[in-house]
Design a protein around this ligand. Sequence first.
Ligand SMILES: Cc1ncc(COP(=O)(O)O)c(C=O)c1O
Length: 396
Amino acid sequence: MDIAASTRPPDWLADFPAIPQGWAYLDSAATAQKPQAVIDAITRGYAETYATVHRGVYQRSAEMTVAFEASRQRVARFIGARSAEEIVFVRGATEGINLVAQSWLKPGDRVLLSTLEHHSNIVPWQLAGAQIDVVPLTADHRIDLDAMAAMIRPDHKLVALAHVSNVLGSVLDAKRAAGIAHSVGAKLLLDGCQAVPRMKVDIGGLDCDFYVFSGHKLYGPTGIGVLWARADILDSMPPWQGGGAMIDTVTFERTTFLAPPARFEAGTPHVVGVIGLHAAIDYVDTIGLDAIASHEEALVGETRDALSGLNSVRLFGPEDSAGIVSFAVEGVHPHDIGTILDESRVAIRAGHHCAQPLMAALGVDATARASFGVYNAKQDVEALVRGIERVTRIFG
Ligand SMILES: Cc1ncc(COP(=O)(O)O)c(C=O)c1O
């Protein structure tokens, strides 16, 4: 383990004004803190350049429209999409998946999910009336792709999987999953919420058909996210919400709709959220996702090494988990772990992490979870480990 690699580069933490000295923020998988560059972009968006987009005939609105569409181009470039027309702005990953479930899926269609999915990648399919099959996990808590290959059937219309698990940090071999899905003509949707902030994502290389993520986990604003789908798939999908900005002509008898992505963006969009997302992507790209990935890899390695040395700690997830470490302390409820750690100014998440079926498969009600971002360093891992040692002392 390269300890030096996780020594905090001073400028990264300094970019985050909401992280005070001595506070170990280890809940980036829930939501990432915001760098000053994103805060400034949002402030400018409201304080200097604000106007609505796509409709205004005046200069300010035209300029805001240019900035809004530049963000769409930026997102496309960031994930390697062929064109900006394949980028649909949504409120977040949850809304992106609901959009696919409501517009593309038909009631009764069969979908294949995995045991480790977030509720956002389970409940929308249930609401859409899908028949659901579930791929189990391997002993080291990855999605079992051998089992998936054995389970997949020609009537599976869609496979929907987390690219990175929000509880276990397990990274999917997306290319192999795509091959298995496509072997029966099924499409592959990847939930990229936890992948996009911590590894380079190239849509073309992954060979998936749909990809979703949320801006707020990528150091951007809340309330903005992305659904990417191949242009031919988006073209084939009917609108899922009706209103302004998505129509061509409206009469009381008949309405015609715009082409994607506008077809799926009814109503006034989160204009400044889109601008903030652009700034977040610029910020992440300035550091570089390879640098972020190796930074988090070192932190995960240090955390797992230290926690595995404590007798009462049980670690979940594979050794090479991406940026996320879930654990339990024998005889202590994760909420108590979280509360005691908070007294030492260490912020972790404790609970079911919106993955109750996974908790059931792991045989627990909840786990404690530490998750990392660019602002974390070795000192945060040390604070976490000291806190866990205190937990074990308190609970004997
Ligand atoms: C893997 C995964 N999928 C989906 C979501 C839902 O994201 P959002 O609440 O931003 O829509 C999350 C958020 O925790 C997540 O971690």
